[in-house]
Structure formats: structure tokens, C-alpha cells
Design a protein around this ligand. Structure first.
Ligand code: PLP
Length: 357
């Protein structure tokens, strides 16, 4: 049967390779990786590639994605704070969840008891990025005390998230808040917690600088395993692949046209006023892929002589002027995807997915 386009080819061996390599590097530092699969829209194939690479915990942000993964051989973590309305499903499909609201945690405990489970709670602490987590330390101390009293949940540890909403870099200083709170909670309530979850892939920059505090024993990584990149330092980890996700899109128009639009300029389809340089006549192609399916700013042509000019919901327009004359109608152009483009592409029902083993 003819292959269908647009299509993302996912090279599972590359993802497993990246994971093995990162699990090895982190293990030397006493850090476990929770493999965050959310960019793939709950792909069982990718989750299994991460597991083959050595992760023991798989994280997703949506319960619907965890449902798809219900038969995989790993502990399952919900990384977005649970919705209280959905507590029954959370304890059914996740073994661990990240939490900051005692009201929700009480409900999780109740629901877990009903099905005879003990659900693990990681209490999220906001150390400055101002997305999820308890900011006030006394409040965190009190909440921990309440969690310990609940029979259906176990306080597995503390966690934080950075470089997301506030764009704050993980540092030895801001992570110290986790260490301080861990000690205070353990002393006050005479307990031991297992996990200090020091953030997402961005915290890897402290590993690059040999500055990851010893008390951090888990990072929750998606980007790092899928792409090998540490975006906060715009760098890559050695011996990783960046091209496990390749988008293939078909050329539906190929013509010589001017490079600057003709007529009175106004807003484009997305309300922006585009600017164009006059580069004379161009060889331009339209690919059957658009902003509904990918993010054109977060992908790049594999053929470095091709440039993406822009696009609309359903079209990507590329400059083929400097490419060889080998392209024609019906030919396939390949693009390397970065995080945001993978996220949208894997989520789009209009993009076929092919897993290469
Ligand atoms: C998305 C997410 C992660 C993983 O982020 P990456 O930057 O892809 O490693 C970790 N933790 C939480 C809470 C998340 O929402």
C-alpha cells in the first residue's frame, strides 16, 4: 500500500539509545530519570522505547494518555496536577501524581482506598518559576502533615518544576528550598521520604556544570530523551540523536514566483503583518502540512539548501531556489522536528505516524 502523508517517522532505536545514554550518565550521580512521554500524545511505542532504555517510571500529563499506557511495564506518573473531578481515574491509571492542593489529595486518598490502592504523592514546591507548587514554606510543612494522616496516599517526596512559566533557571540556590523543606518535614513528623524530584530536562544544565545538588535523586525528562537537548543552555548532551522524529510532507505546488507579495499589504491569516525582502524570482513549493499539524518555527528542512518561508493552517511554503533541481510535484520533503513541532504533530489526527524499529 502506498505510504500516506504527512507522516512522522519515529525512530524508536534512537530514542532508546538516548535514554540508555542519559540513564547511564544520571545513574553515576545517583539520579533516576522519570521518562516523560507527553510530547507523543500517549504513544505506547515510544513509552516502550523509553522503558527499553532503562527508565522505571513513565510520566504523562493527561489521564487519557495514561489510559493508553495501562499495560506498559513501568510505574505511571501523572505530571500535571490532577483535576479533583477526575480523582477516581487518577488513582486507577497513575501510581504517582504531582500535587499541591490538599483538597485534591484528600479526594485521591478516598478514591485509592475504594480500590484498595496506595497512591504515591509528590508534593510540589514552587521555588520561583510560579507555575505549580506551594510557595510558602510553613504552608508546605502543614500540608505534608495532613498528607501523612491520609490512609490512601503515601508522601513519596518533594518536587519542583522550573523553566516553564517564569523562565527561571534551576540553580543550587533555588533547589536548596527542597532540601531545607525535606529536612524540616522529616524531622517534624519523624518520617523518611524517598524522592526529591528536581525538575524537568532543564535541570540537566546543573549536571553539565557539575553542580547538581546531591539531595536531588530524580529528574523528570522528556525533551532530553527525545532530542538529547538542554534547551535552557541551547546545548546538546554528547552521544545523543536529535533526529528521532522526522516529518515527511508532500509537495502539492512547485512554481517560480516573485519573493515579495504584490498589492496592498495587510494582516496575514493569523493577524500578523508579514514583511518580505525582495529577493527576485524564487522557486517556491507548497507542502501539504500546516500550522494545524506542526509549528513551522520549530522545524527545519533536512536538506539545508531549503528554507521555510512561512505558512498557514494547511500550507507550508518553502524556498527551493538554492536546492538541486531534483524536486517535483508529489515528492516528499523531510523536516527535523523540535519539541513544539513534535507535540503538535503527534497530537494532530491528520499526521500519520510510523514507528521504525
Ligand atoms: C512536561 C513536564 C516535564 C518534562 O519536561 P521536559 O522539559 O520535556 O523534560 C516534567 N515535569 C512536569 C511537571 C512537566 O509538566
Amino acid at each position: 500500500m502506498a505510504k500516506k502523508y504527512p507522516r512522522i517517522e519515529v525512530d524508536l532505536k534512537k530514542i532508546t539509545h538516548n535514554t540508555k545514554e542519559m540513564v547511564r550518565v544520571f545513574k553515576e550521580l545517583g539520579v533516576e530519570i522519570a521518562g516523560i512521554n507527553k510530547v507523543t500524545c500517549g504513544s505506547v511505542e515510544v513509552a516502550n522505547a523509553l522503558i527499553e532504555g532503562g527508565v522505571k517510571v513513565i510520566g504523562e500529563s493527561r489521564i487519557e494518555a495514561l489510559k493508553k499506557l495501562k499495560d506498559i511495564n513501568a510505574e505511571k506518573m501523572l505530571v500535571r496536577l490532577p483535576m479533583i473531578s477526575n480523582a477516581a481515574e487518577v488513582v486507577k491509571y497513575a501510581d504517582i501524581s504531582l500535587n499541591s492542593e490538599i483538597k485534591t489529595i484528600r479526594k485521591l486518598s478516598e478514591e485509592a482506598l475504594k480500590i484498595g490502592k496506595k497512591h504515591k504523592v509528590v508534593l510540589m514546591i514552587d521555588v520561583g518559576d510560579l507555575r505549580e507548587g506551594i510557595f510558602d514554606e510553613e504552608d508546605a510543612l502543614k500540608t505534608a502533615g495532613h498528607i501523612i494522616e491520609l490512609p490512601g496516599v503515601e508522601l513519596d517526596g518533594l518536587g519542583t518544576n522550573l523553566s516553564c512559566f517564569g523562565g527561571i533557571m534551576p540553580s543550587e540556590e533555588n533547589l536548596e528550598k527542597l532540601n531545607r523543606l525535606k529536612k524540616r518535614i522529616e524531622e517534624k513528623y519523624n518520617i523518611k521520604m524517598n524522592t526529591v524530584s528536581g525538575g524537568n530536562s532543564s535541570t540537566t544544565h546543573l549536571i553539565q556544570k557539575d553542580k547538581l545538588p546531591k539531595f536531588v535523586n530524580q529528574l523528570r525528562c522528556g525533551t532530553l530523551l527525545m532530542l538529547g537537548t538542554v534547551e535552557v543552555t541551547e546545548s546538546r548532551m554528547d552521544n545523543t540523536f536529535i533526529d528521532a522524529f522526522i516529518l515527511k510532507a508532500e509537495i502539492i505546488e512547485l512554481k517560480k514566483k516573485p519573493s515579495k507579495p504584490i498589492g496592498t499589504p495587510n494582516v496575514d491569516a493569523f493577524g500578523n503583518i508579514p514583511e518580505f525582502e525582495d529577493k527576485g524570482q524564487m522557486t517556491r513549493a507548497i507542502c501539504a502540512i500546516g500550522r494545524q499539524d506542526v509549528d513551522l518555527e520549530w522545524m527545519k528542512p533536512v536538506d539545508s539548501n531549503i528554507e521555510i518561508l512561512g505558512g498557514s493552517s494547511d500550507h507550508a511554503i518553502v524556498d527551493l531556489t538554492h536546492a538541486d533541481n531534483k524536486y517535483d510535484i508529489g515528492h516528499i520533503l523531510e523536516f527535523e522536528l523540535n519539541y513544539v513541532a513534535i507535540l503538535r504533530g503527534m497530537t494532530s489526527p491528520f499526521v500519520y505516524k510510523e514507528y521504525v524499529k
